[in-house]
Design a protein around this ligand. Structure first.
Ligand code: TNX
Length: 545
């Protein structure tokens, strides 16, 4: 198999004597509807070190074709899952032929052509005159939702940096960028009706790092750049917990007793967490606030979904239920569907909703957590044993039922199991001495960590025992939380190489996993990352050559 990640659904070699050499100046021929994807391909191929091609009509070394005849794809397994993008009909399936006379990419939709051209970029690598061996690839994703959740609240990344993350997503055929826009340490999206959310709430970040926020024009530019690459942005407004930045901006939304000088987070909830952590559904100021925020967020969102957070809230069960019900109502009235962290299933969900699974006894082992090992900037509160630990254990116990509850309501599960899909797990592979400082500092040392191989050793349909099969799954999403991430290089170190492994899970057919083969394909990515100046963990477990 060629060194592709994710592995294609099907590929077979052509006549062994045939190969095609792509040369600078060669043409990509595309009908008018495909010009934008063709032009983007030409730019990105050259930026990656490949030959400078040109887009033309008529004949070309690379021919792009939209076709209604999708018979070639008939035998391909149907994609499972939920599309985050607007519109049901889009189709990511594509075919790619390399023969002695050139390359042909065909698909039923421009989106499929774009995915096929991504495969071609991977085949071409960084060579200016790539030799493409004869082959046929027929490809389709296993799941429709393939994402990364990026925490821009704990560490702020500017528009250029977010675009660079989108480039990575697209290169591995991931199609959702979930932006965790709000948390205790910062609110990152300007809301016209509530300007203090960013004027005050965006000043800082985790551990005294600089703050920052996206203007609505910035945000539109991120959405546009992503859409050009068939990546959908899913914005998250994380409520009712994780709201210290909201309280700092608008103290009237804070619970009684909240003190601006002693911020409370889930790992430092104060002596009475029930009063200090979360927005209160019974505070009359809460609902006009949420309506203002969601109205502007929905207007900025061409995709179908808004993420309402819902994790780690510390309010009573009844208050939580009413809170989530209220959020679902506002979101629906704005024409959007809801995705929430799995806890939202406790409030009741409906078909069309998505619950994001991250915690359960198979996804995280509470006994393996080491709370003495908190990241710099976070301290174990004095009342850890009396207040916090029992609260966390209760949180774990309740989480056991969330997936079943969500499925019973007809919602589907977005899989982000902590042990394998959290990219802030510390790396447990050995690595080069020069990277030891990074390896030891990055990722939450509270977690047991994983190796590149163990992070790949799971299957979405069997990971959680309550999930009956692929049809219950919305998709697979990695999450990178940024408590330990100080800058963009740190972020890349956590993303690479594990993000590629999540893409493999989300796209490649079930059972295609074999570590040795994956490791060989992974090693082929290094020159691409190096050329782009990216930081990556060169784990000893891979023979990088
Ligand atoms: C739990 S996962 C959180 C985040 C932390 C993360 C660290 C989730 C929905 N909430 O607030 O950053 O753990 O891995």
């Amino acid at each position: 198999m060629p060194a592709l990640i994710p592995a294609p659904a099907r590929s077979r070699p052509g006549d062994a004597v045939d190969a095609f050499v792509l040369r600078p100046g060669d043409a990509v021929s595309a009908p008018a509807e495909l010009r934008p994807v063709a032009e983007l391909f030409v730019r990105e191929l050259a930026a990656g070190g490949g030959p400078e091609l040109r887009v033309a009509e008529g004949e070309g070394a690379i021919r792009l074709e939209l076709t209604d005849d999708t018979a070639d794809f008939d035998g391909l397994p149907a994609t499972a899952g939920v599309r985050a993008a607007d519109g049901d009909s889009a189709d990511e399936r594509y075919g790619l032929d390399v023969g002695a006379d050139g390359v042909r990419v065909w698909a039923g939709a421009a989106e499929g052509i774009a995915r096929g051209l991504t495969t071609l970029r991977q085949l071409a690598g960084t060579s200016e005159r790539p030799v493409l061996s004869a082959q046929r690839i027929l490809d389709a994703p296993r799941f429709a939702w393939r994402g990364l959740s990026l925490d821009v609240a704990r560490t702020f990344f500017d528009v250029g940096q977010v675009k660079s993350v989108i480039d990575l997503l697209a290169y591995y055929k991931l199609n959702v960028l979930h932006l965790h826009l709000t948390d205790d340490q910062g609110w990152r999206l300007h809301i016209d009706a509530r300007p203090d959310l960013t004027r005050v709430g965006a000043r800082g970040a985790f551990a005294g790092r600089p703050g920052g926020f996206y203007t609505q024009d910035d945000y539109r530019e991120i959405v546009r750049y992503a859409a050009e690459r068939y990546v959908t942005v899913v914005p998250e407004i994380d409520v009712p917990g994780h709201c210290q930045a909201v309280f700092a901006a608008y103290p009237e939304l804070a619970p009684t007793g909240w003190d601006p000088d002693s911020p409370h987070t889930i790992l430092d909830p104060g002596s009475d967490p029930a009063r200090l952590n979360s927005l209160d559904p019974d505070n009359p100021a809460t609902w006009p606030f949420l309506t203002d925020v969601l109205t502007e967020v929905a207007a900025l969102t061409p995709g179908r979904f808004v993420h309402i957070g819902g994790d780690e809230a510390v309010i009573g069960e009844d208050a939580y239920r009413r809170f989530v019900a209220g959020m679902r109502g506002i979101t629906a009235s704005l024409g959007k569907r809801v995705v929430g962290w799995q806890e939202t299933a406790r409030a009741g969900l409906a078909p069309g909703d998505v619950a994001q699974h991250w915690i359960s006894s198979t996804s995280i082992d509470p006994d393996a957590l080491d709370f003495a090992n908190l990241p710099a900037g976070m301290e174990l509160p004095e009342n850890f044993h009396e207040v916090l630990l029992p609260m966390l254990l209760e949180m774990f116990a309740k989480a056991e039922h969330d997936v079943t509850a969500a499925l019973k309501d007809g919602a589907r599960i977005l899989l982000s199991p902590n042990a394998v899909a959290y990219l802030d797990q510390p790396y447990r592979d050995a690595g080069p001495a020069a990277q030891e400082e990074l390896r030891a500092r990055l990722g939450l040392q509270v977690y047991p960590g994983n190796t590149l191989e163990s992070a790949l050793d799971w299957d979405p349909s069997t990971h959680h025992t309550d999930i009956p099969g692929d049809e219950a799954i919305a998709g697979v999403e990695a999450a990178v939380w940024c408590e330990t991430v100080e800058n963009f290089d740190d972020l890349e170190f956590l993303l690479l190489p594990r993000l590629a492994g999540v893409a493999e899970k989300a796209w490649a057919p079930r059972g295609s996993y074999a570590w040795d083969d994956y490791a060989r394909r992974l090693a082929a990515q290094a020159p691409v990352w190096q050329r782009a100046g990216r930081t990556y963990f060169a784990a000893d477990s891979v023979n990088w050559e």
